[in-house]
Design a protein around this ligand. Structure first.
Ligand code: AMP
Length: 303
């Protein structure tokens, strides 16, 4: 089954503690999520870029058979851009600059008619108002709708985010965001409070400490893949979420057991993402690499 992804397509500029830098490389929550999901299922991307978006970036996405009918180019505008710097631990980062550009305000991306029957929908980091707009354009309620969010939208669009939480099945966010959203320090208690806001499951990503999925009935934990070569963590969360949703869409399943097992593939894909800047390592990876790392990972966590 195909997966509909809405999210940012961006120019990223990144600095890491080793002194390495990249400027205006391809990034964005929608781009990372769509790319990661495309290893498992056909993907339809909805995003908006400016006239400065390079054809080369479009080609990289098209090579993975990502549907780009919903990648709208606004020739008079400029592409969203994000600049960040990682701290020594490679987990925490500082946003040095962010230019919303074409993503300013309620930017209402076009949702092609042929995408409106999607059964699996991933709302990657993007203004919650755009997520709500996209959901209102679908022909019927999808089988599974999952969203991601971040500190910026928790601070700046709290009302739209609350409404979104009432309309989705699952929320994926990182540990600091669960604290910000609820005011609770304990991430399990915070995730439980988020369940009260609407979703039936919450996936909390904890960087090198792995992730957990909480439903009303159970909690499922997964460690991170032990990577020794972290080059650039940008997009790890988005590729985790994209691979999780791609795996579920491929199987057509959305029950808690399927979500729990999809978290293993999500962890493996995220571990590849952080081994290079931008999409460079994911571009080298094949489904065979993913399956063999998954087998190694399974051996590490069996007891
Ligand atoms: P992650 O490392 O998984 O949290 O994702 C980082 C990606 O999110 C980068 O490629 C950024 O371009 C993108 N990003 C950063 N800030 C925003 C924002 N406010 N809205 C949408 N995408 C963003």
């Amino acid at each position: 089954m195909s997966l509909l992804v809405i999210g940012s397509a961006a120019f990223d500029s990144v600095q890491t503690p080793s002194g390495e830098k990249r400027s205006k490389v391809m990034g964005g929550s929608g781009v990372y999520a769509a790319y990661a999901a495309s290893f498992f299922t056909p993907v339809r991307l909805v995003s908006v870029v400016g006239g400065d978006w390079p054809d080369e970036f479009t080609r990289v996405l098209a090579q993975r058979q990502i549907g780009l009918e919903g990648l709208e180019i606004r020739p008079e505008g400029q592409t969203f851009s994000w600049t960040g710097k990682y701290l020594e631990n490679m987990d925490d980062r500082e946003t040095l600059d962010m230019q919303l550009n074409v993503m300013q305000g309620a930017y209402n991306p076009v949702v092609p008619e042929s995408y409106r029957d999607s059964e699996f929908v991933f709302l990657a980091n993007d203004p919650p108002a755009s997520h709500l707009d996209l959901l209102s354009k679908l022909k019927r309620k999808p089988r599974l709708t999952v969203a991601d969010t971040m500190d910026f939208y928790i601070h700046h669009e709290p009302d739209a985010l609350r409404e979104l939480l009432r309309q989705i099945d699952g929320l994926i966010l990182n540990d600091s965001e669960t604290r910000l959203l609820t005011g609770l320090q304990n991430t399990i208690a915070a995730a439980r409070q988020i369940l009260e806001m609407g979703p039936s499951f919450v996936v909390v990503k904890k960087g090198e400490n792995g992730a957990f999925c909480l439903t009303r009935e159970r909690i499922h934990l997964i460690p991170a893949f032990p990577s020794e070569r972290v080059v650039d963590p940008t997009g790890a969360g988005d590729s985790f979420a994209g691979a999780l949703m791609g795996t579920l869409a491929e199987s057509g399943k959305s029950d808690p057991e399927s979500i729990a097992s999809a978290m293993a593939r999500a962890t493996v894909v995220a571990s590849y993402c952080i081994e290079g800047f931008s999409l460079e390592q994911l571009e080298r990876v094949t489904p065979g690499h993913i399956e063999s790392r998954l087998a190694a990972f399974r051996n590490m966590i069996t007891f």
